[in-house]
Design a protein around this ligand. Structure first.
Ligand code: NAD
Ligand code: UDP
Ligand code: UDP
Length: 317
């Protein structure tokens, strides 16, 4: 087995963070999971409590943190538009002050640090599919800006700490990812459609549903995280991680209805401001540098996600 490390995961009680904690624990590492429970949930990590290699800290990354670890994965930040727009100032603080604190920690410890960046740095893209060389089309003052610009500034900080202080950085640009442990009410499209279909509620399509997204199943993404973190020192990213399979939102709605056998009807509501029209990762760089590509097609990932929400909803009844 590889060297056992002590690893900090910020945002570790969230959707992606909890799956990452599982993977690192399964690999034999010691995990310190940090979260302020803004959008995360104790339920996501309850099965790890009591494991002697797992420790939880309730903390907000916008405040300094002093501890000793060998690697840092920085995931803390609400990811759903509904959640990140709920308190936009806190969202920017989480990305920017959070990045400064975690980079300061990495600088003191001389350790590697991974940043969960996002396809949102490309904004409403005019280049399709998106390559890492594209600088993006982002509104700096709109309702999504707190997230998009916060993440862009975090990338700037990562690259300046790398150039100025020689910190080893790993920046992943994550495209829409879904799977078990998404919060049922967090407002993202896959959780919304699956929960609505299972309940027989109307499926809420924003706009005409012609906008596209490319959906990656969580297990594939976490494999990409770990490969990127363990890549040679000169691999800094930014590197796209996502599934290139592109679907319209209407297609996703129809698939959710079909796969749940639901009687839900489609309902059309207003398209939110600055909603990107299309999004698809070019993952050539990840394939070449990390030997990584996703393996789980949308139908299979959705089937697993439907089983998770079906169980969750039946427990609530
Ligand atoms: P999530 O909302 O489930 O998880 C985020 C976690 O961060 C939550 O547990 C939340 O409580 C915690 N958090 C928020 N603010 C914090 C703070 N100030 N201090 C400490 N903890 C804080 O979302 P997710 O989908 O798991 O996203 C994880 C990361 O991946 C985020 O940085 C997000 O921007 C990024 N990302 C996710 C996707 C996706 O499709 N899931 C896409 C692009 C980027
Ligand atoms: N920091 C932290 N833990 C550490 C070291 C630093 O939280 O172990 C924070 C601290 O708040 C600091 C920030 O990271 O302000 C940036 O650290 P850096 O060393 O870059 O800058 P400075 O200490 O000079 O402000
Ligand atoms: N969307 C939708 N109905 C919903 C939730 C989202 O039509 O109930 C659309 C949304 O307008 C966007 C896409 O689905 O075009 C993806 O939205 P999500 O919030 O999951 O992530 P985004 O990629 O926009 O950050």
């Amino acid at each position: 087995m590889a060297h056992q490390k002590s690893i900090l995961v910020t945002g570790g009680a969230g959707f992606l963070g909890s799956h990452l904690c599982d993977r690192l624990i399964a690999q034999g590492h010691e995990v310190i999971c940090l979260d302020n429970f803004f959008t995360g949930n104790k339920r996501n990590i309850e099965h790890l409590i009591g494991n002697p290699r797992f420790e939880f800290i309730r903390h907000d990354v916008t405040f300094p943190l002093y501890l000793e670890v060998e690697e840092i994965y920085n995931l803390a930040c609400p990811a759903s538009p509904v959640n990140y727009q709920h308190d936009p100032v806190q969202t920017t603080k989480t990305s920017v002050h959070g990045a400064i604190n975690m980079l300061g920690l990495a600088k003191r410890l001389r350790c590697r640090i991974f940043q969960a960046s996002t396809s949102e740095v490309y904004g409403d893209p005019s280049v399709h599919p998106q390559t890492e060389g594209y600088w993006g089309n982002v509104n700096p003052i709109g309702p999504r800006s707190c997230y998009d610009e916060g993440k862009r500034c975090a990338e700037t900080l990562f690259f300046d700490y790398h150039r100025q202080h020689n910190i080893e950085i790993k920046v992943a640009r994550i495209f829409n990812t879904y799977g078990p442990r998404m919060h049922p009410n967090d407002g993202r499209v896959v959780s919304n459609f699956v929960v609505q279909a299972l309940k027989g509620d109307p499926i809420t399509i924003y706009g005409e549903g012609k906008q596209t997204r490319s959906f990656c199943y969580v297990d594939d993404l976490i494999e990409g995280f770990v490969r990127l973190m363990n890549s040679p020192s000169d691999v800094t990213g930014p590197i796209n991680l996502g599934n290139p399979g592109e679907f319209t939102i209407k297609e996703l709605a129809e698939l959710a209805i079909e796969m749940t056998g639901s009687k839900s009807k489609l309902t059309y509501v207003a398209l939110p401001q600055d909603d990107p029209q299309q999004r698809q990762p070019d993952i050539s760089l990840a394939k070449k540098t990390l030997g990584w590509e996703p393996n789980i097609p949308l139908r299979e990932g959705l089937a697993r996600t439907i089983r998770y929400f079906d169980k969750l909803l039946s427990e609530k009844d």
